[in-house]
Write a protein that binds this ligand. Sequence first.
Ligand SMILES: Nc1ncnc2c1ncn2[C@@H]1O[C@H](COP(=O)(O)OP(=O)(O)OP(=O)(O)O)[C@@H](O)[C@H]1O
Ligand SMILES: [Mg+2]
Length: 400
Amino acid sequence: MERDPSLAHQPLSACQESPSRCNRMTESKAHTRLGLLIACNALMNFDDTAALHPRILDHLTDAVLLFDLSYRLVYINLAGEVLFAVSARQVLGMRAKEIFLLYDKTIEKDLKRALGHGESLTKRNLALELPSQMITVNLTVAPILDQDKPVAGLVQIEQVDRHLRISMEEQIMAQQNAARMLLRGLAHEIKNPLGGLRGAAQLLDRELADEELREYTKIIMEESDRLQLLVDRMLAPNKPPRKSRLNIHRVLERVRQLVQVEAPAGVVIERDYDPSIPLINGDNDQLIQAILNIVRNAAQAVGQKGRIIIRTRVQRHASIGYRCNRIAAKIDIIDDGPGIKPELLGQIFYPMVTGRADGTGLGLSIAQSLINQHGGLVECSSSPGNTVFSVFLPLEKDHE
Ligand SMILES: Nc1ncnc2c1ncn2[C@@H]1O[C@H](COP(=O)(O)OP(=O)(O)OP(=O)(O)O)[C@@H](O)[C@H]1O
Ligand SMILES: [Mg+2]
């Protein structure tokens, strides 16, 4: 591979290693610019902080690619590897037009212009067709100058639709939270008078000699108890989690046994566990409650006969809202039931939203809230015959 001599003395090999460090999504634009500036300096000649530069570059959310004067790749950061779904080893030394073959046919012309005129250019809202999806990016090509002479071309790719998606996720989570808070407020208001009502009915029941009249007080007490249960569910979760190190598979096994006992004989619950998942720091009872609500729904959905799979995997670089977790546990609950109606799908995590005649619509809202308290998230996708609820639980120290 040819390299520009002015770049050759820099410790590029350190940059080429794909680090395990997570590509943080929370970097601000200002940080990104600063990072690029420092990175350029590192590649030019600044030995004292050189060890830091690959780290900074690999923490950027933007893809950064550096090309020499013959348009061959001499550096790609971690976000670049993730974006193009390649490892640095596979693409270093390749021509820009080969790397961008599918995406942007004019890249070498842009590099030529940037290097020839010493000017940078930005293409906004460019559609890149990646093998798995179509994304929208802002692509900037800039020359790196040494004493006014271009020595390399820098390509920076910022994925713009990703920011949109994350901010939408955050917005939805905030809305779900607000709906839960509203409901909790209402439940609080009902709870006290309800207690008084039930107490008064009980006193009256003792005073009444007529058995027929006591039937009425019994109804008041029974209905109050039913309402009390509902109010208590509306107030859940009402305790902060009491966390300890636990094996997530124990939680799942408990849930599996509970649901298997309740479910008709034709419902099969299968396990597909990844035993390499490290211990989780969580509240055992709350996690059982959250997963139980989801698996119970699956069992209700499949009816008399069906298949539910509980699958666990380790997920790397899992983004939960604006937070990117280096490593997370992913628990999928998959069922082959009829699926969730499209008009309901966007709302099922809101409280009191139900598609079942006897449902209260609280199960998923409680599950989401409990998992949020663990720094995690519940997602759902559904089509007839394949409904998947995915629970993400971060496995990093900062959530402990
Ligand atoms: N696996 C699934 N397959 C099909 N529909 C589902 C599934 N999971 C949830 N749903 C739909 O989402 C709705 C909301 O679920 P949620 O658990 O919040 O409330 P619920 O089950 O109706 O009542 P409950 O408070 O008793 O749990 C359900 O009523 C159902 O229509
Ligand atoms: Mg439910």
